[in-house]
Write a protein that binds this ligand. Structure first.
Ligand SMILES: Nc1ncnc2c1ncn2[C@@H]1O[C@H](COP(=O)(O)OP(=O)(O)OP(=O)(O)O)[C@@H](O)[C@H]1O
Ligand SMILES: Nc1ncnc2c1ncn2[C@@H]1O[C@H](COP(=O)(O)OP(=O)(O)OP(=O)(O)O)[C@@H](O)[C@H]1O
Ligand SMILES: [Mg+2]
Ligand SMILES: [Mg+2]
Lengths: 226, 226
């Protein structure tokens, strides 16, 4: 469902161009669970941003559902980012002036043009262990792992088909990490495509397939033996 | 060298007071390597902020080198925070408008009132794998793990006696994580007190002693059998 063709990404800095991704091609099927691993600075977050249509490549093409995103209208792209794709950022990117509850609700209000009266937001927060009291805190009034869990809940609120997770358990103790992974794997078993960037080999081992990035290049693409 | 006596911390929120730390007493000797573990939201970062004099308790006392911080003058407190104590934050807290190099140099310039001509900043960045080109990037132009390593280098620039690290390897691949831990353990072997909050049991296992926090309370304090 997601295909990158010869994707390169250069960041032009005054001190010199940075080649963050170098000619990466890769194809991910609907419902697949893929782990992306590699050293710090190797290009994983940059790659995930490309897969999630959050960034434009310097060259190469991204196709979603067979259609190149350069061929999509603005409304198609909006639909993609707001409804098709759920993204969990490495640094969470929560809105500082909104409460945890409002942060999770925000993409819902963008999609439905109204507040959530179905209890969906409360349910998602509860699934990641954030109770109604904690949900009233602003992000700066939450622990690192609580902020991460709010970011996870937010990515799920519009029931996306493709979940892109940038180190989703990096700030969680093992027990909470297992809770989150079980939730993500359950969504994957229901047909959602799950792409996780991780530094945790234990998490990569749970994926169907592991992609290794080094210095902006795809160096391995291995189906995990079960 | 660091002693907490009956420390409690309450965050007063409109939605209700949060008891983040509940009557914690603990004593850490000079040169000890202590790991602090516990579930997400249990109070580890809040505890570390108390130990690092970055926050005032609601009740209880903190003594450093036998002297209560309530008895210290402003200049003594400044000396403590700028020179005695090095802090690595869970969310890095890098200054967004400065380059990585300038971020590491900043506490040095506060201490010596001049820029670093000794090459110390370059050497520290090199030790965490950040070369001279990467050092020119601003934090937003670095990967998550590169930002974490800049925060680590910064905490060491004034050669502190006490190192407080809030999940210092959370965004690093295993190889880079080992590099960082070896560096921290080497500093500990030279007499620096090392206190690490971690979710990684492998890191806790390397400490002399493991303290467990749950719901704001000290529930275990165990010397590791070597
Ligand atoms: N400024 C604040 N105002 C209100 N509550 C807060 C504030 N900061 C933290 N808390 C609450 O205090 C509790 C302890 O937070 P703390 O950041 O110390 O947890 P932690 O053990 O470091 O968690 P993690 O492993 O997720 O980083 C949490 O329940 C958190 O929601
Ligand atoms: N805005 C930017 N401008 C310039 N260079 C950048 C920018 N963002 C990232 N880079 C560089 O691109 C490279 C890849 O970064 P990326 O964030 O994708 O790495 P990563 O694999 O996610 O690393 P980590 O595991 O540390 O999160 C890094 O060397 C980084 O310094
Ligand atoms: Mg990254
Ligand atoms: Mg914390």
């Amino acid at each position: 469902v997601v295909r990158l063709e010869n994707i390169s990404k250069i960041y032009p800095l005054l001190s010199g161009d940075v080649l963050a991704l170098n000619n990466i091609s890769l194809s991910i099927k609907t419902g697949e669970f893929v782990a992306i691993i590699g050293p710090s600075g190797s290009g994983k977050s940059t790659l995930l941003n490309q897969l999630g249509c959050l960034d434009v490549p310097t060259s190469g093409d991204l196709k979603i559902g067979g259609k190149s995103i350069t061929q999509m209208s603005d409304s198609e792209l909006t639909h993609l980012r707001l409804i098709m794709i759920g993204f969990i950022f490495q640094k969470f990117n929560l809105l500082p002036l909104l409460s945890a509850y409002e942060n999770v609700e925000y993409p819902y209000t963008l999609k439905y043009r109204k507040r959530d009266t179905s209890g969906r937001v409360t349910k998602l927060l509860d699934m990641v262990g954030i109770n109604e009291d904690l949900a009233k805190h602003k992000p700066s009034e939450l622990s690192g792992g609580q902020q991460q869990r709010v970011a996870i809940a937010r990515s799920l609120v519009n029931n996306p088909k493709i979940l892109l997770c940038d180190e989703p358990t990096g700030n969680l103790d093992s027990k909470t990490g297992v809770l989150v992974m079980n939730m993500l794997k359950k969504l994957n078993s229901k047909g959602k495509t799950l792409i996780i960037v991780t530094h945790d080999p234990g998490i990569a081992a749970q994926a169907d397939r592991t992609i290794t990035i080094r210095d902006g290049e795809l160096v391995a693409d291995v189906v995990n033996n079960q």
